[in-house]
Write a protein that binds this ligand. Structure first.
Ligand code: MG
Length: 385
């Protein structure tokens, strides 16, 4: 693809972009727009920060919510009212809910919005102790943004679910949108990769909450779940907040909530829980898509324009370099002194242009603005005769 792109559009690239080891600066990709703060191949766009992963697989920028110790549990987890959680911390680096609905909710003290979450759980190996049939069979749940306004990724013993399929004891088969890996009451998992009871199960979840502007829904949000490494929720766009039996439409909730584990009266153990907060689609200006807030995008564009303009020694000079530098400035914000200086410099340069190679380099930049409708086709500079 790269080869084809170079053949088809090589006239758009500055010479320095094609020289190995050279650093290209300037405008040559499609310009910023209402929901993109950066141009294509933008050299000013922030670079990703470095993250390392330790021997346990925990990224260096993760918040470790449970590391196996009692101290970690007490520091990070509480009940639904902020009091110490009643769940049991075990000697083997796990914590557990038991039977009888006596334990209550176990939630994080800190609240989160969009995030990447890693969490592991296990049911007792003896399936007769798991707690019954159907939704009483090892039920718990991972509530993103809490049980009141949030979204539940179901925890259940779903390995043995159907006599017809596996010939196991005749448990009552669970409904598909309530089995392990389901976005509860909405979407069943794509497949069932659950291991046998007694083995650890792993959820890796990417959660983006819905985006609202006042009462207008901009994006429904999404849940992606890898279950024991297998994709079971493929960027599922939520239809509502989790409830039972009914469809509860999405509504503007708080933008943060606790990570909450459900007490459904069944024995389930958890371990190795970490979370990486992610920027909301609405606020993410570096990785923005069409859900980004246009006002924030424009503010970012103006900030970049101001930064680039400040680097130009003499914005009034009619040089090729100035025309190209000011073209980059107006690609972010075609307004005010930037617009005036660009057009003045361009007209002055047009009256006294350089040689053919220099004109070509200026026109390459002007072409980007023309194809993005920042300036008209007539702005191009004619080659010398
Ligand atoms: Mg549940």
């Amino acid at each position: 693809m790269r080869t084809n792109a170079l053949v088809g559009y090589s006239f758009l690239f500055a010479v320095s972009a094609l020289v190995p080891g050279a650093v290209f600066a300037g405008l040559y990709g499609d310009t910023p727009n209402a929901t993109h703060a950066w141009s294509v191949h933008d050299g000013n766009r922030p670079k990703p920060s470095r993250v390392t992963v330790d021997e346990k697989g925990v990224p260096s920028d993760a918040i470790v919510l449970f590391d196996g110790t009692k101290e970690s549990f007490e520091k990070n987890w509480c009940d639904g009212k902020g009091n110490p959680a009643k769940w049991i911390v075990n000697d083997d680096g796990t914590f557990s809910c038991g039977t009888g609905f006596k334990f209550g909710e176990c939630r994080t003290r800190e609240e989160f919005g969009d995030c990447q979450l890693h969490i592991e759980y296990k049911h007792p190996a003896d399936i007769t102790t798991i707690g019954g049939n159907a939704q009483m069979r090892g039920n718990s749940g991972v509530f993103l943004m809490g049980p009141k306004y949030g979204y539940e990724v179901q925890v259940l013993e779903s390995y043995y679910t159907c006599k017809e399929l596996d010939g196991t004891p005749e448990f009552i088969q669970n409904y598909a949108d309530g089995q392990a890996g389901a976005v509860y009451a909405e979407n069943p998992p794509l497949v069932n990769p659950q291991r046998k009871p007694g083995e650890w199960q792993v959820y890796d979840i990417v959660f983006h909450q819905p985006v609202w502007k006042g009462s207008k829904l901009i994006h429904p949000g999404s849940i992606t779940v890898f279950f024991n490494g297998v994709l079971v929720q493929d960027h599922w766009e939520m239809e509502g907040q989790t409830t039972h039996c009914r469809r509860r439409p999405l509504a503007p909730p708080p933008t943060k909530g606790p990570l909450s584990l459900q007490d459904h009266g069944c024995p389930v153990s958890f371990r190795n829980i970490w979370l990486r907060p992610l920027a909301s689609r609405w606020d993410n200006l570096t990785h923005s898509d069409m859900s980004a807030d246009p006002e924030k995008v424009m503010a970012e564009r103006r900030a970049t324009a101001a930064k680039l303009y400040a680097k130009i020694a003499d914005p009034k000079a009619a040089t090729a370099d100035n025309v190209k530098a000011l073209a980059e400035v107006i690609s972010y914000a075609d307004e005010g002194v930037y617009a005036a200086d660009f057009r003045n410099a361009l007209e002055a340069y047009r009256a006294k242009p350089g040689d053919a190679n220099e004109i070509k380099s200026v026109n390459n930049v002007l072409d980007v603005l023309i194809r993005n409708k920042v300036i008209p086709e007539a702005a191009k500079i004619a080659n010398p005769k």
